[in-house]
Write a protein that binds this ligand. Structure first.
Ligand code: SAH
Length: 227
């Protein structure tokens, strides 16, 4: 899979995509992430990518031309399955969206800044708009990092023991059960006996019960939504 990220602040997005699971996925050749500086596509000598808003609203708006230029350039190189814009009014990001995106070949993520991008880009070029939550960030870079991280760990082969991604929260519509490691006892805080029993069937049953109990208590909507 290839992810192209378009930003005015390449430095802001580089580091989160250079460690841990994403780093290994890149090394294994399972994902290529290419960051593009939008200013490289500005046509004037000041590398202008924003301008005043029509109608007198306060704040700057990202201009059409540099964005069209970079996206048209990328689209001339390969076909893109989705051209995503990160936006607080986009579709709330979820594990199921991450799952579908992880199956695609090429995607673009456009990071907004200032007051956002000219509406005409959203109407004519963007195929999908994603919000990472009901709050406003200064720019789309952290959102792009969140989206890329959630997608990359789901690409088949990225996490060596694939079942470990499959047993994460939301993957089956439930929250994950609690996890424990050694020591089995610390200051009289004990690991549940069943986990030490060696009885795989009992352990699976306990995990499922814990998942259901946690989901009912912490996120009942996840269960109700299915009905
Ligand atoms: N004026 C806009 C907010 C602009 S914030 C509004 O009120 O909707 C600047 C940029 O940060 C946005 O263009 C978007 O790319 C990014 N951004 C901010 N909050 C976000 C969120 N919750 N999810 C995804 N992207 C977000």
């Amino acid at each position: 899979m290839r992810i192209d990220i378009i930003t005015v602040l390449p430095e802001l997005i580089k580091s989160p995509l250079e460690h841990s699971i994403i780093k290994r996925a890149k090394e294994k050749g399972l994902v290529e992430i290419v960051i593009h500086n939008l200013r490289d596509y500005a046509s004037d000598k000041y590398k202008t990518v924003d301008d005043y808003a029509f109608g007198g609203e306060a704040g700057m708006v990202m201009k059409i031309e540099p964005i069209v230029k970079v996206i048209e350039f990328l689209s001339s190189q390969r076909d893109y399955d989705e051209i995503i814009y990160t936006s607080p009014d986009g579709k709330p990001f979820s594990q199921s969206t991450a799952n579908s995106l992880s199956l695609l070949k090429n995607i673009i993520i456009l990071c907004g800044h200032y007051k956002g991008i000219d509406q005409r880009i959203r109407e004519n070029i963007i195929s999908m708009e994603i919000s990472i939550g009901d709050y406003v960030l200064s720019g789309g870079e952290l959102a792009a990092a969140v989206i890329s991280d959630a997608i990359v760990r789901l690409i088949p082969g990225v996490i060596s023991d694939e079942t470990s991604a499959l047993s994460d929260s939301f993957q089956d519509g439930l929250l994950a059960p609690p996890v424990y490691t050694r020591p089995a006892e610390f200051r009289n805080w004990k690991v549940p006996d069943v986990l030490l029993s060696g009885n795989a069937a009992e352990i699976d049953k306990w995990r499922m019960e814990q998942s259901l109990e946690r989901t009912r208590k912490l996120r009942p909507g996840l269960i109700d939504d299915d009905n």
